[in-house]
Design a protein around this ligand. Structure first.
Ligand code: MG
Length: 381
């Protein structure tokens, strides 16, 4: 067979027809883009969406944005970018195991956090307070704003002109009641996000000395991961045990989602995207039922880990001290631009005419990396 024969065989339409379940979002059924574009000779629609996200300025800036811990804490821990890559890796595993559209899942995962402002949740909460009278601020809504309005790739229209399904998925994440029910591809990314942060925040917290592995081992979920780690790598201890536990923690959560979701697909007789939506929309009585989910037992164990992380990590004195300083600097910078709108970059100045100075200032500040924000504070304040 020639390379051209192989290319025909590997064409995305054929590949998707052979490998995706009937519950997956097939690219051929996409509702397309707001601004129609000719088909690409060999990239499927969602592959093109993924590339547009990866090549966007908002994506590149994730490298220098805080996940939980700022740069003041050293450089072991996750940034918003490495978190995003861990989510993508887990989401692709789930997608393949559940015969879902991996291209779409990868796009959604890579784009899921591009709306986060600098300095993590402290930055987001501060912007939400500052914009309370203007409709608030939320990273999921901001991601949609970036995709549809703030990024540009063509003189003909604003935004990235992504496929309808990618925009709908992001609208669902911001909990827009009018958004269509989430596809399984969207549900997989939400599950992967939670698996990634519960695990890596525990790892980062140990590294920073906020908690010890022994304390974590008192939680049933971590204890189960440790039992598996000892079984697989034979009674190791110290750093090796810690790494093995964290790997097992991801693996057992992923395995649980795969088993539970496969069982739900069979039990609920999910044989189409329409059925996925009908299940979520409450055809069976309750709205919001997710087919991609953890078992009740694992979900309960995960909740205990999350409560522990909340108390010991997200609300730790070290994190809260940085948080207070961040909130003050960000508020002061915001106020400075609201008082000096002519100092906004030209694109943001132009948009302020449509959406008002506070919203355009928030768009500008939300796009900053942690270090750019610091430099700008030093220059302006
Ligand atoms: Mg995330």
């Amino acid at each position: 067979m020639t390379a051209t024969d192989w290319a025909t065989r590997a064409d995305w339409r054929l590949r998707e027809a052979h490998t995706l379940g009937p519950w997956a979002m097939h690219s051929a059924d996409s509702a397309g883009r707001v601004h129609p574009e000719p088909a690409h000779p060999f990239r499927a629609p969602y592959q093109r969406d993924r590339d547009r996200i990866v090549h966007s300025a908002a994506f590149r800036r994730l490298a220098h944005k805080t996940q939980v811990f700022t740069g003041d804490h050293g450089d072991y821990h996750r940034s918003r970018l490495t978190h995003t890559l861990e989510v993508t890796s887990i989401a692709r595993t789930l997608a393949r195991a559940l015969s879902l559209n991996e291209d779409l899942v990868e796009t959604l995962a890579l784009g899921h956090d591009i709306g986060h402002p600098p300095l993590g949740h402290a930055g987001e909460d501060t912007l939400a307070e500052l914009l309370a009278a203007e409709g608030g601020f939320n990273h999921n809504a901001q991601a949609l704003r970036i995709m549809e309005l703030l990024e540009f790739r063509s003189a003909g229209f604003p935004g990235l002109n992504l496929s309808r399904e990618v925009l709908d998925a992001q609208a669902t994440r911001k909990r827009d009641g009018r958004a269509p029910a989430p596809l399984l591809e969207t549900q997989v990314v939400d599950a992967a996000d939670s698996i990634a942060y519960d695990t890596h925040d525990a790892d980062d917290a140990i590294e920073l000395g906020l908690v010890s592995l022994d304390e974590l081992l008192e939680l049933p979920l971590v204890a189960e991961a440790a039992a598996r780690a000892r079984e697989h790598s034979g009674g190791s201890s110290g750093g090796a045990l810690r790494r093995a536990v964290l790997h097992q923690l991801v693996d057992l959560q992923v395995g649980d989602v795969v088993a539970e979701s496969r069982a739900a697909i069979d039990r609920l007789e999910v044989d189409s995207v329409a059925r996925v939506r009908a299940v979520f929309d409450g055809g069976d009585g309750v709205r919001g039922v997710r087919i991609v989910s953890h078992s009740a037992a694992l979900a309960a164990a995960k909740k205990q880990l999350e409560i522990f992380l909340f108390q010991r990590v997200y609300r730790s004195e070290r994190v809260m001290t940085v948080r207070k300083a961040v909130q003050r600097r960000l508020s002061d910078l915001f106020q400075w631009y609201v008082d000096h709108p002519d100092e906004l970059p030209v694109r943001f100045r132009a948009r302020a005419a449509d959406c008002g100075v506070p919203r355009s200032t928030a768009d500008y500040i939300a796009g900053m990396t942690d270090r750019f924000l610091e430099q700008d504070c030093a220059r302006r304040l």
